[in-house]
Structures are given as C-alpha cells and as structure tokens.
Design a protein around this ligand. Structure first.
Ligand code: FMN
Length: 216
C-alpha cells in the first residue's frame, strides 16, 4: 500500500512569532490564538488532544473539547468514570495539544487536572442539549461490551426523565480544570525553522512566568 505519507511536504510560512508578540501572561496569548483559530480554522478549533498517564506510567491520548479558558488554565467536561477520568484521579499530570492547521500553529500545555466545583459542572450540564444530557446519564464511557445496546439504554433513560423538566447532572459527569504549569507556542516557519516559545510557571508562583525560546 502506498499511502504517500513520505512524499507529502509542506513549507510553513504564514506568519512569525517573535519576542515582541509575547505578552507577560501566556493565557492572554492562548486566548488570542483561540480567537484567531475561531476565525481562521473554525472547524472544531476548540478540539484538543488530551494525554493522561495511568498509575503504571502508560500514556493514552484522545480528543476532548475545550469549554473555557480560566485565569489559571483550561477546562473540559467528561465522564469521571471513563478511562481518562480514572487516570486523572490517580495521576493529575496531563498534557494537552492543539493543532490549527490553517494557521500553522501548535500549542502544548502541561499541567495538573482537578475536578471543577459542582456548581461549575451543574451550570455547564444545564446548558447542554437534552439529548446530550440523556447520553451522559446513559453512557458508561469507556466500559466494554455493555449490554443492552446503547440505543436501547438511551431510550430507557429518556423515558425515566420524561416528566423531568430540567435533567440534573449525574455525579459521575463533570468538568476538569487544567492548571497550566508550562505552555509552548509553536508557529510553523519555512525550512522547518519554526518559532517556538515556552512559558513555565516559576516555582512557588501563581502568576510569574519564565520564558524561553526553543530550537525548532
Ligand atoms: C472532536 C471530538 C470531540 C470530543 N469531545 C469530547 C469531550 O469534550 N469530552 C469527552 O469526554 N469526550 C470527547 N470526545 C470523545 C473522546 O475522544 C473519547 O473517545 C472519550 O472521551 C473516551 O475517552 P477515554 O476512554 O480515554 O476516557 C470527543 C471526540 C472527538 C473526536
């Protein structure tokens, strides 16, 4: 099979990322890149690859959706009993990666995940479409060979909540906040001489960052 992957070559040249583009607080730059991404690469621009590590040191990655940027970092929602939920509960160290193809940009975030407050999760759950709320109650996310099949279980859940105007949040579903410890901004450049800048939270500091330029 010739999938052509060896021959595909693209030169990145849309824009530069120089020292003068970098604010003191990297969360500001993340927000501004998200705004650019929403304009320039709108399809799933808030999709991010989340990597977790289990108690034995085995990594796993999957896509989740960024749902907000907070002053300390980023937030997403999931099933707390899923593989990722169990792994985070055992080991809060996570890594997140965004790739915005049309902007030739990548962001890597390393940090610690912790469950959002019940209030935050309740508010977000209440904002979801009813079908997603029923799905959250029904899916035993990441469990294997569950029966009866999911469609039948969804129908049962929908019937259970038929008379309920606003479906409450299940306690096994909610948000995680990832407190950023390190964040790298990558801007593609010609001949693979990309611009890379990494911010690292200084020890014992909640808001001062060490900035380094990384070789491409
Ligand atoms: C574009 C996209 C967005 C997704 N968003 C979420 C999300 O926000 N939360 C979530 O739990 N799963 C989301 N998923 C599904 C996850 O990738 C994954 O299959 C699921 O969460 C189970 O992962 P786990 O078994 O590693 O826990 C999304 C998948 C895709 C492709």
């Amino acid at each position: 099979m010739d999938s052509n992957v060896q021959k595909v070559r693209k030169d990145y040249q849309k824009q530069e990322l120089t020292r003068s583009d970098l604010p003191e607080n990297p969360i500001e730059l993340l927000e501004s890149w998200l705004i650019d991404a929403a304009k320039g690469d709108a399809n799933d621009y808030n999709a991010m690859c989340l990597s977790t590590v289990d108690e034995f040191g085995n990594p796993s990655s999957r896509i989740v959706l960024l749902r907000s940027v907070t002053d300390k970092g980023i937030r997403f929602f999931t099933n707390y009993r899923s593989q990722k939920g169990k792994e985070i509960d055992a080991n809060p160290n996570v890594c997140v990666n965004f790739f915005w193809r049309d902007l030739e940009r990548q962001v890597r975030i390393v940090g610690k995940a912790s469950r959002c407050t019940a209030e935050v999760s309740d508010d977000y759950f209440a904002s979801r479409p009813r079908g997603s709320q029923v799905g959250a109650w029904t899916s035993q996310q990441s469990a294997v060979n569950v029966s009866p099949k999911i469609e039948d279980r969804v129908n049962l859940t929908a019937r259970r909540f038929e008379e309920t105007e606003s479906i409450p949040r299940p306690d096994f579903w909610g948000g995680y906040d990832i407190a950023v410890e390190s964040i790298e901004f990558w801007q593609g450049r010609p001949s693979r001489l990309h611009n890379r800048w990494r911010y690292q939270l200084r020890n014992n500091s909640k808001s001062t960052w060490k900035l380094d330029q990384l070789d491409p």
